[in-house]
Design a protein around this ligand. Structure first.
Ligand code: PRP
Ligand code: MG
Ligand code: MN
Length: 183
């Protein structure tokens, strides 16, 4: 199956507006405090760069990144999550905010949460841009959620199809390319 860029699900303007609302919520919560924001590569790279800039200067923000991947082959999630790139600095006693592009089966965030809690942070919150509740295999409580979406294949604004289309400024539906019959 091959895909092409389909209709816009969320425009640049819609994303910008929602990101700034989330930024204000986060700012209210952490005003005058320190906050380590952890972006999960690669999907969250674009959202991370926008959300940190939506956080008020009254919050003392540090940026960290992790890269994780699910074991096994794609769709059939085993629930195993491999850390490909770990945090660089200790997070014990720090307020953490994990930033993710999408909450799908839930396994990535479920495992990440367990992993980070072992490091004894002062607090741990989760911010996702998109959530697909129909796909959930394990429940994960998120503290900030941009949009709840139906079970559609989405691309752009960090989200990929086989590493393609992360750079699109809006979020689109990926639609299957029709094969010409008899050719
Ligand atoms: C995607 C997405 C989330 C995760 C969500 O990442 O960016 O990290 O899957 O799925 P889950 O809730 O079913 O665990 P992916 O592993 O495709 O890597 P990427 O971020 O580099 O695209
Ligand atoms: Mg990801
Ligand atoms: Mn991906």
């Amino acid at each position: 199956m091959t895909y092409q860029i389909g209709e816009v699900l969320f425009s640049e303007e819609q994303i910008r507006k929602r990101v700034s609302e989330l930024g204000r919520e986060i700012s209210r919560k952490y005003c005058g405090k320190g906050l380590t924001v952890i972006g999960i590569l690669r999907g969250a790279a674009i959202f991370m760069s926008d959300i940190v800039r939506a956080i008020d200067p009254s919050v003392n923000v540090a940026m960290e990144f992790m890269r994780v991947s699910s074991y096994g082959n794609g769709t059939d999630s085993s629930g195993e999550v491999k850390i490909l790139q770990d945090l660089e600095n200790p997070v014990k006693g720090r307020n953490l905010l994990v930033v993710e592009d999408i909450l799908d089966s839930g396994w990535t965030l479920h495992r990440l949460k367990e992993y980070l809690l072992q490091r004894e942070p002062a607090s741990l919150e989760i911010c996702v841009l998109l959530s697909k509740p129909e796909r959930r295999q394990v429940e994960v409580d998120v503290d900030y959620c941009g949009f709840v979406i139906p079970d559609k294949f989405v691309i752009g604004y960090g989200l990929d199809y086989a590493e393609q289309w992360r750079h699109l400024p809006a979020i689109h539906i990926a639609k299957p390319v029709e094969e010409a019959p008899g050719r």
